[in-house]
Design a protein around this ligand. Structure first.
Ligand SMILES: Nc1nc2c(ncn2[C@@H]2O[C@H](COP(=O)(O)OP(=O)(O)O)[C@@H](O)[C@H]2O)c(=O)[nH]1
Ligand SMILES: [Mg+2]
Length: 444
């Protein structure tokens, strides 16, 4: 038998068998224990009656060391490599009670299986080339999706829509690199390949593809993460009333006493299929009340971290307002029911009490981050955006260097390629992998 030196090829893929409860904690109709590893049919054969047939649902007792049944249910066996992880996988679908599932896990531990770490199944799927890194992240995004639209976007990334787009760019970038590096080798020839405008055009067209993908990925990122919308403005303009009507709840106390809201209040809502975390804040004003002052500080901090700020003003009174530095500010003129005619120069006119203008407000909120209509077709993350930005920047540098410093251009193109590779995980540091997979729940 050949002994592999440590660190040799294949060493990375561990065959240690792992197990976890794959269904959520608590009681339910069905509880699933999932196992992944090598030679599972042989190692775990004693846990069921009869023989495991690949990809066939088998109704059986799950058996303990003494041969006594622990539970009765369905056992599924997926031999490597045709499984989620690419290893042998066995699933026990038993009754969904925490204690009975623990008994089954104990039995598996007796047989040398160990408890899986969070995300370890998906990590193995990635390490065994069942999916790339962006797809593995999409598994988590699908599980955590805050709306149906976000779930659909995550599924698109899971089946490879985002990765394919990255792959297309990668291919073009690769052929560009081959050409540039080859030209460098022949740099003493008569013809100077690298100053040709044709080549510059090719760099620009790849760069434009990256820019396009950044736009789409940005929408996907907001959809995945959810939109942070903060309601701010002076006291008594109707911020809390707006919070309540948008969330169809009585979350916030509403009175005609200025300074009623003091703490930050959050609700999760959905606008046009976009998950939104809505925050109501204390009215921003100078005050001697120490409690209210703390509330105002919190309000200002919330405004600073928001994706969109709804700056509410009273249409029926000349109200002063605080200037914000938030990226997207929508001015909301409230209480238009109290005035005869109101035509603001900017913003949206609404009445939180009668409901006038609320539909317009909702569509302006999602439009403010470019999420109206059918945009946001796949899920993405900040990490992906950073890599795409790096890639675009490197392409810009490469373009400028083409004529004057071809070797620099080649190096920049290499950097652009590396940045793209990080998205799908061709070139990703181990600590980053650890960080990504630790966000998963156990059993995924
Ligand atoms: N007529 C009218 N009154 C409103 C409207 N929105 C809020 N109010 C009233 O304005 C007062 C202050 O409302 P509130 O939501 O507590 O304001 P906040 O201090 O900005 O949170 C309350 O008496 C509300 O009933 C509106 O659209 N029309
Ligand atoms: Mg309030």
């Amino acid at each position: 038998m050949v002994q592999h030196a440590s660190g040799s090829e294949g060493e990375r893929l561990t065959t240690e068998a792992i197990a976890a409860i794959a269904t959520p904690p608590g009681r339910g109709g069905v509880g699933i224990v999932r196992v992944s590893g090598a030679d599972l049919a042989q190692r775990l054969g004693a846990t069921v009656r009869g023989r495991l047939v690949p990809r066939q649902a088998k109704l059986t007792d799950f058996i303990d060391a003494a041969g006594e049944p622990i539970d009765q249910g369905i056992c599924l066996y997926f031999p490597a490599p045709r499984s989620f992880t690419g290893e042998d996988v066995i699933e026990y679908h038993g009754h969904g009670g925490p204690r009975v599932l623990e008994l089954l896990l104990d039995r598996l531990y007796e047989l040398g299986v160990r408890a899986a770490r969070p995300g370890e199944f998906t990590e193995r799927a990635y390490l065994n080339d069942k999916m790339d890194l962006a797809q593995a992240e999409a598994v988590l995004d699908l599980i955590n999706a805050g709306s149906k639209r976000a779930a659909r976007a995550a599924l698109r990334s899971l089946v490879g829509v985002f990765s394919d787009r990255v792959g297309e760019i990668e291919e073009r970038l690769l052929s560009l690199r081959v050409f540039v590096e080859a030209s460098l080798d022949f740099s003493d020839e008569e013809i100077d390949f690298l100053t040709g405008s044709d080549l510059e055009e090719r760099v620009v067209s790849v760069r434009d593809l990256v820019a396009e993908l950044i736009d789409e990925a940005r929408h996907g990122e907001v959809l995945t993460r959810g939109l942070d919308v903060v309601i701010a403005g002076p006291p008594n303009v109707g911020k809390s009333t707006l919070m309540n009507v948008l969330s169809q709840s009585d979350r916030a106390i509403v009175t005609d006493v200025p300074g009623t809201t003091r703490d930050l209040l959050h609700v999760e809502i959905e606008i046009d299929g976009v998950p939104v975390r809505l925050t109501d804040t204390a009215g921003i004003r100078t005050t001697d009340d120490p409690v209210e002052r703390l509330g105002v500080e919190r309000a200002e901090a919330a405004v600073g971290g928001a994706d969109v700020v709804l700056e509410v003003r009273d249409a029926s009174a000349a109200s002063d307002f605080a200037d914000t530095n938030a990226p997207e500010v929508l001015v909301v003129w409230n209480k238009v029911d109290l005035v005869d005619r109101f035509e603001p120069a900017d913003g949206v006119a609404i009445s939180a009490v009668t409901g006038i203008g609320l539909d317009e407000l909702r569509s302006k909120i999602v439009a403010a981050v470019g999420l109206s209509g059918e945009t946001g077709t796949f899920s993405a993350r900040l990490r992906h955006l950073q890599s795409l930005d790096q890639c675009r920047e490197a392409l810009d540098h490469a373009r400028r260097a083409l004529g004057p410093a071809p070797d620099v251009a080649a190096e920049e193109l290499r950097g652009a390629h590396r940045a793209l590779g990080e998205i799908v995980g061709v070139t990703t540091a181990d600590d980053l992998l650890g960080e990504i997979f630790s966000q998963f729940c156990i059993g995924k």
